[in-house]
Design a protein around this ligand. Structure first.
Ligand code: RB5
Length: 216
């Protein structure tokens, strides 16, 4: 078993102690993707690095630590295929393996004392995914990821060839959406469009999401 570990500047010593604990108690290899410096280090960097290592199969599971465990788990959960649980007690850690098949664990160095953290790690590592009725829900999580990917791909492909300089151009985009059926995912489209709009406005083009808001 190989575990990826990551942290920000708040959790350097804490991370080292958890790494050592896992190596000595379980004999697992623990690969460090976090910082070893107390210089300010933004948690999304190591949250994403560990998450990528998990989904790419470089490691089997990941553990990430920041001040609260929140920021770094949010970063990890943005990576497709990651189910990262933030825990401050062992019960949820165990159940998150048995029911949610979590592949990453997060906790906060400023929240959880080191001995309690070791108990959380033990509970999490010992938990076996039970499958069965839980698999339906895990599949539903995957579906959410796939919806987002479809929307993203659609937007990228359809914006590439358009110069949105007029109302007519914007109308054409809306019509493309209507045909695609993706307007059902209105919230996601609007969120994604805000990013595209920033690019378009930068080049002096029409702001499309404003147009969509008026129409829908
Ligand atoms: C760093 O000050 C802190 O914000 C970070 O470690 C973490 O708690 C964020 O969620």
């Amino acid at each position: 078993m190989k575990i990826g570990i990551g942290n920000d500047h708040v959790a350097v010593e804490y991370k080292k102690e958890i790494k050592k604990y896992i190596e000595e108690k379980y004999g697992y290899e623990v690969v460090n993707y976090g910082t070893d410096s107390t210089e300010r280090f933004n948690y999304p960097v190591s949250g994403e690095a560990v998450a990528n290592a998990v989904v790419n199969g470089e490691v089997d599971k990941g553990i990430v630590i920041c001040g609260t465990g929140v920021g770094i788990s949010l970063a990890a959960n943005k990576v497709n295929g990651i189910r990262c649980v933030t825990c401050s007690e062992p019960y949820s850690a165990l159940l998150s393996r048995q029911h949610n098949n979590t592949n990453m664990l997060a906790f906060g160095a400023r929240v959880v004392g080191i001995e309690l953290a070791k108990m959380i790690v033990d509970a999490w590592l010992s938990g076996e995914y039970e499958g069965g009725r839980h698999q339906v829900r895990i599949d539903m999580l995957k579906e959410i990821e796939e919806k987002l990917n479809t929307v993203q791909m659609y937007l990228e492909n359809n914006y590439k060839d358009l110069t949105l300089q007029s109302y007519e151009d914007a109308k054409e985009v809306v019509e493309r959406y209507e045909k695609s059926g993706l307007l059902k995912q209105k919230d996601m489209i609007q969120k994604k469009m805000a990013e595209f709009d920033a690019k378009l406005v930068h080049y002096g083009h029409t702001n499309v999401s404003e147009f969509l808001k008026e129409r829908y």
